[in-house]
Ligand binder design. Structure first.
Ligand SMILES: Nc1ncnc2c1ncn2[C@@H]1O[C@H](COP(=O)(O)OP(=O)(O)O)[C@@H](O)[C@H]1O
Ligand SMILES: [Mg+2]
Length: 321
């Protein structure tokens, strides 16, 4: 069910040589007033890794990324980039660039002027700016729109310009905060293909999302809930470690079936996904008994592989209990 984008040779190389750590997050906590937003987050990100932070709205994803970028300081804990203490450097000294959820392009500047803006402020030579902007626009497939104003291109294209604006600084670490929120499915897909290509080329990427399907394509996921890092691993590892059993049904009456099943012993979660419904729990026999008790329905049931969202719903129950 996982479809990694990296070629098989890249995967093999990955497995044989452990990469050095690029970013080390050590016991980071953050409180706003009395609101504890992050609790002792520790996390290592390897060079060239593509790591996804998953979590519901309010779980602390943006706050963690802002702390890494330097726009927010941690209440306690440390950040290290290689031998350097990252959290003691101002944002502009960190080789970290962020594409925020609400990226704002300058409306009066063209695409290429937007991308070159930071380099111009940093007073890089014009020839260098032109070259780097051209290379970066090529990378995000926006060369044809170099002279356009942001209002003349689509949302998905604007987002690629925002990405180019980050990439042109040649960051060691690229942070993407829910970059595909509010973008249509096709543009989302293209954006992810592009990011996966960059990761395969060696860029280290840390991305937050609440779309599980996006997370399933990534090498490693961490899950934030209530400011805690609840789990980390590859999507496969996370699913396997949970030992969850999942059944899926299609047919007439799934809505009613969900409502009845939800309250039966052994059924930890029951939810409708499109035209199918899924139930999950730890006890296969109890799940089968629950299904058998639904007499009078014509649903077609089969046991299926659990997915990340099944596992996370299950974990949330555990951490809330
Ligand atoms: N600047 C701030 N001042 C006060 N509370 C904040 C601030 N930024 C975020 N929070 C709170 O921190 C929590 C986590 O927010 P956030 O990091 O934006 O989560 P996410 O990105 O996962 O939705 C929320 O309860 C939010 O209200
Ligand atoms: Mg957020």
């Amino acid at each position: 069910m996982i479809s990694p984008i990296t070629s098989s040779s890249a995967v093999a190389a990955e497995q044989s040589t452990p990469k050095p750590t690029l970013l080390s997050i050590r016991n980071v906590a953050k409180t706003f007033g009395r609101n504890v937003v992050l609790r002792n987050i520790s996390l290592e990100i390897a060079e060239g890794e593509f790591l996804t932070i998953l979590g519901e709205s309010g779980s602390g994803k943006t706050t963690l990324l802002r702390i890494i970028a330097g726009f927010e300081s941690a209440t306690s804990g440390e950040l290290w980039m290689g031998p350097e203490r990252l959290d003691q450097q101002p944002p502009y000294r960190r080789r970290v660039n962020t594409v925020f959820q609400h990226y704002a392009l300058f409306p009066h500047l063209t695409v290429e002027q937007n991308v070159g803006y930071g380099l111009r402020v940093a007073k890089r030579p014009e020839a260098e700016i032109a070259q780097r902007v051209a290379d970066t626009l090529d990378k995000v497939k926006m060369t044809a729109f170099a002279k356009s104003k942001p209002s003349k291109i689509s949302g998905g294209q604007q987002q690629r310009v925002a990405l180019a604006r980050a990439l042109v600084n040649r960051p060691r670490l690229l942070l993407l905060d829910e970059p595909t929120a509010g973008v249509d499915a096709k543009a989302r897909r293209e954006f992810w293909d592009m990011i996966h290509e960059m990761a395969a080329d060696g860029m280290t990427v840390l991305v937050s999302t609440h779309y599980m399907d996006e997370a399933e394509r990534c090498q490693r996921v961490v899950y934030l809930a209530g400011g805690r890092l609840v789990v980390q691993g590859t999507a496969d590892e996370v699913v396997r470690a949970a030992n969850l059993v999942t059944f899926e049904a299609t047919g007439d009456g799934i809505e009613q079936a969900v409502r009845r099943l939800r309250h039966l012993p052994g059924v930890e979660t029951a939810a409708v996904f499109g035209r199918a419904m899924r139930i999950a729990g730890m006890d296969r026999a109890a799940l089968r008994a629950a299904i058998d008790s639904l007499d009078g329905t014509t649903l077609h049931w089969q046991e299926v592989e659990p997915r990340l969202d099944d596992v996370f719903i299950h974990m949330l129950r555990d951490t809330e209990g």
